[in-house]
Design a protein. Structure first.
Lengths: 166, 580
């Protein structure tokens, strides 16, 4: 059994906490998010034969008032970049956060999660942008925290990328 | 190659060989020496033995050599122990002895400490207050004692990887307190980062203590790992040094593992003993005088308890003796043994089913029937009372017949038919204790009464002198009274004898009453009153109120002019006669 620290990064209101809540049972209150700016969760996943305990740092959304604390990223083996498919500007935030993460922790595996697929009629992200990212080597998973679609898959994808990178 | 080297040893047949030996002779000699080193095992062993210590010393800093040698050394040790464990045991003895002694001493000291505390706290006034607090708050008593006597206790120890915040090891003083340790480890790291970021402290400065009420989290930071200790109470300053030293030891031993940590905490299992040393605790000690006072109070309480216990024991012993005496006094109960066993009274023996219920005899002794174990074997007692009761059940006597028993003889007294007497003579010896059946008929005093009351003494018309020729009747009455007098005197009892004077119905009552009295007095005058001292003899004037015959003829009137006798036996006379 191995443990890995991962981070949830993304703009304000993209559904990071909802994704994590879909995934785990929480022991800490959500108020830590707005006070300390991070909330810790844990989830055990199996990648093939290997059992991995993911220690998930759900980091408060980047907005005008609160910037992501770079120190929270330190020691991460991977991260989920979360964007809201119905708000195009959140993809830009995700890109900026990816730059930040890479500068702090180097090139570690990450997965871009496009959340809120349940709101298909409000979808704003142009396919061309996504194709560009995929061509650049980004792994992209479309999820709906509301219905639970693909949420496990997003975490599994990250866990298997991290194991491969070890 | 060996062949090539051997050839120069042969004598050179021609000049070419000579020339060759001149040109390459030194190299050939050197080759020979080298080949000896390479091919001769004994030379190789010598060579390797010269360089081996240096080689090991050179590689001691490299863990690879350790890893390679470990299985071989382990196998060698296993083989050695299997072959003969003594050499290894002898070698380890100087190390094992002190280690075992230290471990035992440590355990004993902890046990004694805990015992002392329990004794101290279970009898003091303060303990009563704590018990009240425990009752009021619904918390276990132990927890209240702990909170009140604890100076400090390290409850949990987290060894955290500094870079990732991942948990390497976690220890807890209480079993079951390790839930979510990995998440707490990460959150603690986040909080420390938050504080460092928020207050822009220098690179090496970080949060080293958190305090929440009675709890504090003391944090020691090393280059690669962080030691966080959750402490209840107020720790002395030197615990920091203890934690620091533990963290240093961990860095010393696990430095490379910490540097290369990639999420697998298994190698740090070996750090548990170092972390266990951090689970420190200290309890408040009370002043010696208080301790003496407590012991004195405890002593007095114990003495009082012992005195009460002794008193109750002696009192119950006396009560039991009274009970056993009562049992022994009962007919049909034979007490074989009476003793005290395990706080209970045990009495055993024989009991006739007709005897009194032993449990009913407990009442009034002060003992509780629950404290008595009785074991009774049934038997048939030959007390007179039991034999006569059993005779009544078996022989079913006719009304008026009663039994008495003496020395093996069952005696029936009273009116009975010959058939019943014959049956009883046959059946009675079947009763335990009965050898013979005897029938005595009517009791003597009853017989005497019947005889006396049949006496009739006649008088002439209007006179109070006896008609002549009744001497035999008078003598029989005197004899009967004398016999009754003797019987009564023998029993210490008295009988009442009334001499009843009668007249016929002629004449008036005024005339007849004195006449009947005079007739009765005439008869009394004939009796030897002085000798009949157990009889109360009186006269009664009945006139013509109780005629013997209707009085319608002259002969009938003649028989009514008389004196008769009435005997009143004492109430218990008949009964006493039967059980004689």
């Amino acid at each position: 059994m191995i443990q890995s620290k991962i981070c949830m990064l993304g703009g304000f209101g993209v559904g990071k906490t909802s994704l994590v809540s879909r995934f785990v049972h929480s022991i800490f209150s959500d108020k830590y998010l707005t006070t300390v700016g991070v909330k810790i969760e844990k989830k055990s996943v199996a990648v093939g034969e290997q059992q991995v305990d993911l220690i998930i740092w759900d980091i408060y959304g980047e907005d005008d008032f609160q910037k992501v604390r770079a120190s929270y990223l330190r020691g991460s083996s991977g991260y989920l970049l979360v964007a809201d498919g119905t708000r195009r500007e959140t993809l830009a935030t995700a890109r900026a956060l990816q730059d930040l993460a890479q500068s702090v922790i180097g090139r570690v595996p990450f997965v871009l999660v496009l959340n809120k697929t349940d709101l298909a009629h409000q979808w704003e992200l142009p396919e061309s942008d996504l194709v560009d990212l995929a061509t650049g080597g980004w792994r992209i998973v479309r999820t709906s925290a509301k219905s639970g679609t693909n949420v496990e898959a997003a975490f599994d994808a990250l866990a298997s990328s991290m194991l491969t990178a070890r | 190659m060996a062949e090539t080297l051997e050839k120069p040893r042969e004598p050179a047949p021609d000049r070419f060989d000579e020339l060759r030996s001149l040109i390459v002779g030194p190299e050939q000699r050197e080759l020979r020496t080298l080949s000896a080193h390479v091919l001769d095992p004994s030379v190789q062993v010598r060579d390797v033995s010269r360089v081996l210590p240096d080689a090991i010393a050179l590689h001691s800093k490299d863990s690879q050599l350790t890893r390679v040698l470990a299985p071989t050394i382990e196998d060698a040790l296993t083989a050695s122990v299997r072959r003969d464990p003594r050499p290894l045991a002898d070698a380890l003895f100087p190390v094992m002895g002190p280690a075992i002694r230290k471990a035992i001493a440590h355990t004993l000291a902890a046990m004694m400490d805990s015992l002392n505390r329990t004794v101290e706290q279970s009898i003091s006034l303060r303990a009563l207050q704590w018990r009240w607090t425990a009752f009021r708050t619904g918390k276990p008593f132990g927890e209240i004692v702990l909170l009140n006597t604890l100076q400090y206790r390290v409850e949990q120890v987290f060894l955290i990887h500094r870079e990732t915040g991942l948990l390497l090891q976690h220890l807890s003083a209480d079993l079951g307190a390790g839930h979510h340790a990995d998440q707490i480890s990460a959150m603690l790291t986040a909080i420390r980062d938050f504080v460092s970021d928020s207050f822009h402290t220098g690179g090496s400065d970080s949060l080293d203590a958190l305090r929440i009420g009675e709890l504090s989290v003391l944090v020691e930071q090393g280059p690669h790992a962080v030691l966080a200790c959750v402490v209840r109470g107020t720790p002395p300053p030197d615990v920091h040094a203890r934690f620091e030293s533990a963290l240093e030891s961990i860095h010393l031993r696990f430095g490379p593992a910490l540097e290369e940590f990639r999420g697998d905490a298994a190698p740090f299992e070996a750090a548990r003993p170092l972390l266990e040393a951090c689970l420190l605790s200290q309890y408040r000690t009370s002043a010696a005088s208080g301790s003496y006072r407590r012991w004195a109070v405890a002593g007095i309480v114990l003495l009082a308890i012992a005195a009460i216990w002794g008193f109750i024991r002696i009192r119950d012993g006396r009560r039991f003796e009274t009970y056993v005496d009562r049992l022994r006094a009962q007919p049909g109960i034979v007490v074989v043994s009476a003793e005290r066993a395990g706080g209970r009274f045990v009495v055993s023996g024989l009991r006739d089913p007709l005897a009194a219920d032993p449990t009913s005899l407990v009442a009034g002794t002060g003992l509780s029937p629950d404290t008595i174990d009785a074991r009774w074997q049934p038997y048939q007692a030959i007390d007179a009372a039991f034999i006569t009761t059993r005779a009544g059940d078996l022989l079913r006597p006719p009304p008026g017949v009663s039994f008495s028993y003496h020395d093996g003889v069952l005696t029936a007294t009273g009116p009975a038919r010959p058939r019943w007497i014959a049956d009883s003579e046959r059946l009675a010896p079947a009763l335990a204790g009965v050898r013979r059946f005897a029938f005595e008929g009517v009791a003597p005093e009853v017989r005497l009464r019947q005889s006396l009351e049949s006496t009739v003494l006649l008088f002439p018309r209007g006179e109070a002198r006896l008609i002549p020729n009744q001497e035999a009747v008078i003598q029989a009455a005197i004899d009967g009274l004398a016999e009754l007098n003797d019987l009564m005197r023998a029993r210490g009892a008295r009988a009442r004898v009334d001499l009843l004077g009668h007249t016929d119905a002629d004449g008036t009552e005024i005339e007849n009453a004195p006449l009947s009295r005079r007739r009765a007095e005439t008869v009394r005058a004939l009796l030897p009153i002085g000798r009949l001292d157990a009889l109360d003899i009186d006269v009664k004037a009945l006139a013509s109120t109780e005629p013997l015959t209707p009085g319608d003829t002259e002969d009938s009137k003649r028989r009514n002019r008389r004196v008769s006798v009435r005997v009143a036996l004492p109430a218990n006379a008949a009964q006493a006669g039967r059980t004689r």
